[in-house]
Design a protein around this ligand. Structure first.
Ligand SMILES: Cc1cc2nc3c(=O)[nH]c(=O)nc-3n(C[C@H](O)[C@H](O)[C@H](O)COP(=O)(O)OP(=O)(O)OC[C@H]3O[C@@H](n4cnc5c(N)ncnc54)[C@H](O)[C@@H]3O)c2cc1C
Length: 413
């Protein structure tokens, strides 16, 4: 097995990996290697051919491939090194990576590693979907791949289970391709996708959204012929007597994304159950010294613009680590989600620098504030006209406000 060394290795060539590698180069790292298992850069953005990307970062609305191309061009202009068609099979806690490519197996010793492997979709098996398993059941992303990249139409009459953004976007895409989208069924009492996608992908095309309703059975032997749906109670259990049959030949699942952290777990990185990603500090460093995490593998983001921004920070801090400027600390200020907050990260901060917290709220609300407090001392507040679990909230905290804080709590009030 060939054994090579690199200062910085970035795993994943999606928007997070590209932005992290570019940022590392701009911050002075000469020896950066990006490893991507696909034959192309850009990650999942390659199949997202609708627009709406880049409004925050570039002030214009781009398609997924257009957004990715801006970073690919810059990556190439910076003459960064990449291994495409190469998968990282495992990593150990000493930053040794074991990779497989067309040229065989390699061991790579990395001075620092940035994890940017993205996320994958929950499948029918992952949510224990009842009923038979005929053809015609896809995750929304798999259907997006078939239609947008392979020119294969997946069905004529569709039901969408779950109101995540990919499902909403696919409701519109299926309609534009001539299919009839019967309805979107969401088990929660509110939509999980962005409000702008509810408007542009459902309301604009008269596609009904049924809240507090779920698919409870599938019908069909060879091909799906229909689904049974039912209203659910507060405990998310079907309400007897509300069942109804909806004919369809296609069911698209949009029931959540799972960060791809098999490599992180294999290396014993400390994980966070609320996000499915690694626990990180204010430099985005995980529990392993020199191993950083960013993008959807860290937590599922609402907008790719925020993925790029976070990845740039990871690139910068990885270079600081390589230069000896960052070391793991003995003690940190812990950060915890309080009332009304589903998760917050970073989970701990050093107090040495200003930082931005990213969080998601637990339920929709209006005219509330997000508070960062040390016991009862208020350190930061962000007033919000509208809060929604689909939209990430970011709030800046100044290091000079921290004083002797040991534990911060972030809550909605
Ligand atoms: C199916 C799907 C559809 C989406 N559609 C939209 C949308 O329409 N609009 C929107 O705003 N957001 C969408 N998203 C969210 C989108 O994924 C993010 O905004 C963005 O792409 C995240 O960037 P990333 O680099 O973190 O992850 P990704 O884009 O997923 O990139 C991760 C990369 O890492 C590579 N990788 C993973 N493991 C390894 C390994 N072991 N070795 C080597 N390479 C590896 C993968 O091949 C991939 O290229 C979608 C997500 C999914 C899963």
């Amino acid at each position: 097995m060939q054994n090579i060394k690199h200062d910085l290795v970035v795993i994943g060539g999606g928007p997070a990996g590209l932005a992290a590698a570019i940022s590392a180069r701009r911050n002075g790292c000469r020896d950066v290697l990006l490893i991507e298992r696909a034959k192309t850069y850009g990650g999942i953005l390659n199949q997202c051919i609708h627009d709406g990307f880049g409004l925050h970062r570039f002030g214009e609305t781009l398609t997924g491939p257009e957004y990715a191309q801006l970073y690919i061009d810059e990556f190439k202009a910076q003459r960064l090194e990449a291994m495409l068609g190469t998968i990282v099979l495992s990593m150990d806690s000493g930053r040794n990576l074991y990779v497989s490519s067309r040229n065989g197996f390699k061991k790579i010793e990395a001075g620092a590693v940035i994890l940017s492997m993205g996320c994958r979709e929950r499948t029918a098996g992952a949510i224990s979907l009842p009923g038979t398993r005929p053809a015609g059941i896809y995750t929304a992303g798999a259907a997006q791949n078939f239609i947008n990249l392979q020119n294969i139409m997946v069905g004529k009459q569709a039901v969408i289970m779950g109101s995540g953004d990919i499902g909403l976007i696919m409701a519109r895409r299926m309609t534009l391709e001539g299919a009839k989208v019967e309805s979107v069924f969401e088990i929660l009492p509110y939509a999980s996708g962005l409000p702008r996608n509810i408007q542009q992908c459902l309301n604009d095309y008269d596609i009904p959204l049924h809240l507090s309703t779920s698919v409870i059975n599938l019908h069909g032997k060879e091909r799906l012929t229909g689904v049974t749906v039912a209203e659910v109670n507060e405990g998310l259990m079907p309400v007897p007597g509300t069942e109804r049959y909806v004919p369809c030949d296609t069911l698209l699942l949009s029931v959540g994304l799972i960060p791809e952290n098999e490599l992180s777990r294999g290396a014993n990185v400390v994980m966070e159950s609320r996000t499915g990603g690694a626990q990180v500090d204010d430099t985005l460093m995980t529990s392993l010294p020199g191993v950083f995490s960013c993008g959807n593998v860290l937590h599922v983001h609402d907008l790719v613009d925020h993925v790029s921004e976070e990845a740039e920070l990871a690139g910068r801090f990885a270079v600081e680590y390589l230069d000896g400027g960052i070391q793991p600390r003995e003690s940190y200020i812990q950060i915890e989600p309080g009332e009304g907050v589903r998760y917050v990260l970073p989970q701990k901060v050093s107090g040495a620098r200003d930082f931005t917290l990213s969080l998601r709220v637990a339920a929709p609300s209006r005219n509330q504030s997000v508070w960062v407090k040390d016991s009862e001392k208020k350190l930061a507040r962000k007033k919000m006209l509208r809060l929604h679990p689909a939209e990430m909230v970011r709030i800046k905290v100044k290091a000079n406000k921290l004083g002797s804080a040991k534990r911060l709590c972030v809550s909605v009030k």
